[in-house]
Design a protein. Structure first.
Length: 242
């Protein structure tokens, strides 16, 4: 239930910002790097866009294929097995109007190279939708859970990790990621915080109180652009053009 709520908060906020950026543009060519099972790719195909998902996981690509078939959009969705580093060769240079990279820059071998690869597959004026884990949120979460030493380590570690057993290879700060985007030739258009409160509010309250889930979604939406609160969000969603 909690995980489903986190996913739905993320999907709603990121989906709204992305659709606003693509509004009025029919049948776009979209590349979803690390698009996994197609949670974003398939709905975009249902809206009429052509989507290529590049992902190293054969299992994820098999689920993507099933999902696309179930939604009747198999001809608009192409799954390609591969890694971020191979993106230009797999998707084609200057082949995309939009590139999605959601929850992937944290895990690739070389995020700078991955951003350059995404820049190279975008056509002029193309849109990048980037969703990355934010360091501040894990510092707060570790402290609130009583793991104070880990919170301090995450605050100071260059990769925003709380220790050697942290499963996340890296997290980002807004200044750092927007700087990396500028270095790769991107112009940042919007920055939103995603899951500012969804991971903090007790699930017993949200799941039992009538209307609480809707109130939480509204609060998330209001906080997503607020500079102080977006700095605490679990993820940052950035729209940038190239
Ligand atoms: C957290 S999931 C995100 C899936 C999807 N983008 C979403 O937002 O629902 C991370 C995805 O990145 C993929 N991935 C892992 N390493 C990658 C790499 N080096 N290049 C591209 N994708 C990678 C995984 O297979 C997985 O599907």
């Amino acid at each position: 239930m909690v995980e489903r709520r986190r996913r739905s908060v993320r999907t709603a906020l990121v989906g709204e910002a992305l659709r606003a950026a693509l509004a009025g543009r029919a049948r776009l060519d979209i590349v979803d790097l690390g698009g996994g099972t197609g949670g974003f790719a398939v709905p975009l195909a249902v809206e009429g866009h052509r989507v290529t998902v590049v992902d190293p996981s054969p299992d994820a690509l098999a689920s993507l294929e099933r999902r696309a078939r179930d939604e009747g959009v198999s001809e608009l969705v192409r799954g390609v097995q591969g890694d971020a580093a191979e993106l230009p060769g797999l998707a084609g240079e200057s082949s995309a109007d939009a590139v999605l990279c959601h929850g992937v820059l944290e895990v690739v071998d070389d995020p700078v190279q991955a951003l350059q690869a995404m820049a190279s597959v975008l056509r002029e004026g193309g849109v990048l939708s980037l969703l990355v884990a934010q360091r501040n949120a894990v510092v707060l979460a570790r402290a609130l859970a009583g793991h104070l030493a880990e919170a301090r380590i995450a605050l100071q570690d260059p990769d925003g990790r709380w220790g050697a057993t942290d499963p996340m290879p890296r997290r980002f700060d807004e200044a750092g990621i927007t700087g990396q985007l500028a270095d790769a030739g991107f112009k940042v258009q919007t920055v939103h915080g995603v899951r500012t409160f969804a991971d903090l509010v007790p699930s017993a309250f949200v799941d039992s109180e009538p209307g609480a889930a809707d109130s939480l979604a509204e609060l998330e939406r209001a906080a997503s652009r607020h500079p102080a609160f977006r700095a605490l969000a679990t993820q940052l969603h950035i729209l940038a053009t190239h």
